[in-house]
Write a protein that binds this ligand. Sequence first.
Ligand SMILES: [Mg+2]
Length: 257
Amino acid sequence: MITVDPTKYALFLDLDGTLLDIQVTPRDVEIPDGLIATLRQLIEKFGGAVAIVTGRRIDDADRLLSPLQLVTAGVHGIEIRLTPGGPISSIEPTFPISLLGKIMSFSSNMVGIEIEPKGAAVSVHYRNAPEQRDKLERELISLLLGRGQSLELSHGRMVFEILPKAYSKGHALAALANTPSFLHRKPIMIGDDAPDVPALKMAEELGGIGLKVAGEHFGLAEAHFAGPREVRRWLGQLNASTSIDPLQLETKPPTGV
Ligand SMILES: [Mg+2]
């Protein structure tokens, strides 16, 4: 059994599917009662060592978590804010406009597909048209072929993302873990989706723990949490207790992410 000493651990939290229940589109998500208060308490308890690691843009995460402006990695690490309320830095260049135009052009003929430009990346949501998944994937792969090695296609929950290759939530977690509030603490990363896997692994490489949330990516059998509600409940318990067994881990060792 492990206990989480809030002076020795840092929390890295994905948003959608981890803290927040998945909705039909990213715009539809709602902030559950008590989540902002829970995060505020965690920040205090963990000495500021609480970060959001999300595929959303940081401005969008801020809108959801208002009035909080946490240490955040957005767009899978393409955007980063190293201090609460501090400046957001973003890599350049932005997404190739010609490629964005081509994606918009072919998807305009496909009902239910939603394109979300995110600076240096683009998300293509198909939750409203899951039957289009394979066709969409073929189109995106063919558009990326011949563009060199700079961009890659990543699969999320009912979304394809086209990102610069050098960036991932794992790199983002490592960068944040190296800032003053997080230094010398063991990372606990909680995530639900394929883009979270590099961050779950990085947390373990840095001596911490990767905790999986069940959903469309991780099955119940391999997950540590059944869903976002269980994550929120556990975070609430962390606030209420001086030390806590992360999820009765004696029956589910935090290995083999
Ligand atoms: Mg997620």
